[in-house]
Write a protein that binds this ligand. Structure first.
Ligand code: KG4
Ligand code: ZN
Length: 331
């Protein structure tokens, strides 16, 4: 009988210290997420040095808790997977250094994982039968990418943002209208009380790239000119316009690839309105739409363990020169 492969995933690219144990790339035995949101929200966003210091403080305890919840010990681990980019370099270094030390101590292979690849892999956990190829729209605080997932470790970027990431636009708009960091979930909630009645600019290019700085600036101007504007309507209009742009480009990519499988990934894919609009797109185009469970949309180590498992299976193993790369590309 084939032996199960137990992967320990480590994620420290931004403000979540997370460690997870995943069996055979798909079965989550534990996924401990220690969020620093309460620390950073008083500053209106993530303070990189504070993030690194908190990862250093938390990582051993979070790892111990992940092992306890999975009911395993260090000797049961087969592979150690850690995020090595993109992200905040000081934050990444904590996870990378910890993973290297652990790999050395227990003499098990080390696998570096691209954080964006991790977000994509979150779908393999929610949908046990999902396999490449498919189209994936990754929408997070740092990234907005339309990617053709050709294989577990083979990606072709079809379009990406030329300026702000979608989540960044959510967070900036939220901050201006007085909502707490992280703004995405707050806008999600408030938008439900409003209607999308405010006209905002859409931006399209000849290719599948995105741009969100126009809509962000337009909202900032509207709000500064009229601070009494209905915030719920503004949030609903913002979500509708963003979602129009995301759906339009995804529709074009579906036609170009002639695919019938589209997955969403990243923190913004937790958004209620966006999930609803993609569900409608699925019905309209007669295609399958996948989105990870909400807890797997935002940063977590289970997705890193899953992606790390596939890197390991395909022979992409790292050595002890592995380093943090702040602007690591997907390919
Ligand atoms: O994937 P993630 O945890 O981190 C990055 O890799 O960037 O994404 C965080 C982003 C933040 O910008 C946050 O505001 C946004 O995801 N977000 C949401 C929602 N939940 C998180 N945006 C819109 N609606 C949500 N429900
Ligand atoms: Zn992320």
């Amino acid at each position: 009988m084939k032996k199960d492969i137990i992967t320990l995933g480590i994620e420290t690219s931004c403000d979540e210290t997370s460690v997870s144990v995943v069996k055979n790339g798909r079965e989550v035995l534990s996924n401990v997420i220690n969020s620093q949101i309460d620390i950073h929200k008083q500053f209106g966003g993530v303070v990189p040095e504070i993030a690194s210091r908190n990862h250093t403080e938390a990582i051993s305890t979070v790892t111990k808790e992940a092992l306890n919840q999975a009911n395993i010990t260090f000797k049961d681990i087969d592979v150690i997977a850690c995020t090595y980019g993109p992200g905040l370099v000081g934050a990444l270094l904590v996870g990378v250094a910890y993973a290297k030390a652990l790999s050395y101590a227990i003499n098990k292979p080390l696998v570096g994982v691209n954080h964006i690849q991790g977000h994509i892999a979150a779908n393999y956990i929610t949908y046990q039968k999902l396999e490449p190829p498919f189209l994936c729209l990754i929408i997070s605080g740092g990234h907005t990418h339309l990617v053709h997932i050709k294989g577990y470790t083979e990606f072709e970027i079809l379009g990406k943002t030329r300026d702000d990431a979608v989540g960044e636009a959510f967070d900036k708009v939220a901050r201006v209208i007085g909502l707490e960091y992280p703004g995405g979930p707050k806008i999600d909630k408030l938008a439900k009380e409003g209607t999308p009645c405010i006209e905002l600019p859409h931006t399209y290019f000849d290719n599948l790239d995105f741009s969100f700085s126009g809509i962000k600036t337009s909202i900032l101007n509207l709000y500064h000119k009229n601070p009494d504007i209905n915030k719920a309507d503004l949030c609903a209009s913002f979500e509708k316009t963003v979602s129009d742009m995301l759906v339009t480009n995804t529709k074009k990519a579906i036609k170009n690839l002639n695919t019938n499988k589209v997955a969403l990934a990243g923190g913004v894919s937790a958004n209620t309105y966006i999930r609803e609009k993609f569900k409608e797109l699925g019905l309209e185009e007669n295609i399958e739409i996948y989105y990870p469970d909400k807890v797997l949309c935002t940063d977590n180590a289970a997705m890193i363990a899953s992606a790390g498992y596939y890197n390991y299976i395909e022979g992409n193993i790292s050595d002890f020169t592995l380093n943090a790369i702040a602007n690591l590309k997907l390919n």
